[in-house]
Ligand binder design. Sequence first.
Ligand code: FUB
Length: 305
Amino acid sequence: MNIKISTIVAFFLVSLLHAQNPLVTHMFTADPTARVFDGKLYLYPSHDIVPKEGVKAPRFCMPDYHMFSLEKGSTWKDHGVILDQNEVPWGKKDSNGMWAPDCIKKGDTYYYYYPAQPEDGSSFRRIGVGTSKSPTGPFKWEKNYIKGLDGIDPGLLLDDDEKAYLYFAGDKTLKVAKLKDNMKSIDGKAIKIQGIPAGYVEGPFPFKYNGKYYLTFAHVFTDEGYTIGYATGDNPMGPFVYQGKIMDNIGNGTNHHSVVKYNGKWILFYHWWDISGFNKLRSMRADYMEFKKDGTIKKVKPTLR
Ligand code: FUB
């Protein structure tokens, strides 16, 4: 009886998720970081917009962050702008460079991490943080970026011992820094993760499964292009061992993603150019992901059109 009910529920959830791609259609969304807080599913993506006239070369134009929650009836509620580029206390104004963010909860506080171009010109991107007592904000933004982090795509892991690790993409290397208990500064220096294969580009996302550390990331092959790969390890700071691909190249140019367990099932969130057909105007999507008995991940076949 139980099996029958869980099969029906699983089938319903699968149809529901597949029927939903792309997840939202009223705006372009990319780089979806999915998080479950107190049983509810939230998405923290970035936001692509059409560049203003006069911008000749197609490039990312990303002025702010929205966030979404999954509501009854499987609708994604848009909570509006939670951070505009011109509100970044340390950021360069109108730089349109608000790339992939992340949000985690420690204790009763939510910490939202985001990259932006610094006003002081000290780097291509720095990583800032804001705090809130609610997953939907409002967030109180720290006045300065986190010192010692020079890169993009913050991906957070809160380990079972409550120690937090911030993974990020710095100059085509995958780096990690342990955070201090205040979650706003790093403990020691950021280091390069050992064991990540050549072709690694960006978008590190960490999670734990059966006591092992998993790191997923964008991996480019010369003969295939942009894929999602992953590695596993026994220590959050590495070394890691490359295990293969989770998703083949789907012709996106980028495929920033995240992995989450929700309602007992693992889901891969990623993006594609569903609505625009253009790789700088992306839409977030989701498909179920499965582990094999040995802990390796079955490749996810995207439900494209
Ligand atoms: O969305 C802007 C950048 O493109 C992200 O930071 C990368 O991961 C890639 O998706």
